[in-house]
Design a protein around this ligand. Structure first.
Ligand code: SAH
Length: 249
């Protein structure tokens, strides 16, 4: 992203974005822009909503508690969502926050929680997951908003799996062959990447996965990684081997 503006604050808004059509900043955004960043009316911010690309906007203070953001120029056209789906067992909240943020930064377009036998935190706060995904999107410069899905069971995921995709499954028991070679050995298809829970996959789940012809197991090396570390490592491997870290995406 060589010509990207990294200096101006970048905010998600839900309103439509079009030239000169002002958007009112939320109370949090007002506080962030005026009190934390100490911006004034001559400063610019970047706005995106997941539909209309990225806009450079000016601040206009209408009243003490009313700040308008006025789009001036579209600086980037909207891009389609990433085809990389990240499938994961829910973790306890602090690790889950981290994992969701990192998965978005690493380019996941869909976040799909999957219920498995050894999950240690079976409840999932979807609003919190969405807030983390948005914060990461603001931070890392992407234009489409990651889709945070409802939790599903592993058996249902496999039964309804889109045959046009490949399910890459990080298996802590896989033999330690190169994950890059394993990914590149197959015809290129959009990837869904699955990481197991802190307690690992059960024998039954592993058998279920291994029986599917759309599944590719990969190893992440000789050490057992925590699920949140495994997420970042696996997403890096997939992006480098078959994803958008390669020239041309
Ligand atoms: N408690 C389990 C480890 C679970 S680690 C045990 O001791 O065996 C959580 C998840 O991270 C795993 O289910 C797997 O998806 C991924 N993972 C961790 N280390 C890995 C490795 N070396 N290779 C492949 N996947 C790994």
């Amino acid at each position: 992203m060589p010509d990207h503006d990294f200096k101006s604050p970048r905010l998600f808004v839900s309103a439509d974005l079009a030239e000169a059509i002002a958007v009112e900043a939320s109370a949090d955004q007002l506080n962030y822009l005026l009190n934390v960043m100490r911006l004034g009316e001559t400063d610019a911010v970047l706005l995106f909503n997941g539909r209309d690309g990225e806009w450079r906007a000016r601040l206009h203070r209408e009243a003490k508690k009313r700040l308008l953001l006025v789009p001036e120029r579209r600086v980037r056209a909207q891009t389609p969502p990433s085809s990389l789906h990240y499938l994961f067992a829910p973790l306890k909240s602090a690790r889950l926050d981290y994992m969701v943020q990192k998965a978005v930064e690493m380019g996941a377009g869909v976040l799909q929680p999957v219920m498995m036998q050894h999950v240690q935190a079976p409840r999932l706060n979807r609003a919190r997951m969405e807030a983390n995904a948005l914060e990461a999107a603001e931070q890392c410069g992407i234009l489409s908003i990651p889709d945070c899905r409802e939790m599903i069971r592993l058996a249902d995921l496999l039964r309804d799996f889109d045959p046009a995709r490949r399910l890459v499954f990080c298996d802590e028991r896989a033999n330690e062959a190169s994950p890059i070679d394993a990914l590149r050995a197959e015809p290129r298809r959009p990837v869904s990447l699955l990481i197991g829970p802190e307690g690992g996959f059960s024998a039954e789940e592993r058998a279920l996965l291994q029986a599917c012809d759309f599944v590719t197991p990969i190893s992440l090396g000789p050490r057992i990684l925590r699920a949140d570390t495994a997420a970042v490592a696996a997403l890096a491997v997939v992006q480098a081997a078959v994803g958008d870290w390669r020239a041309g995406g």
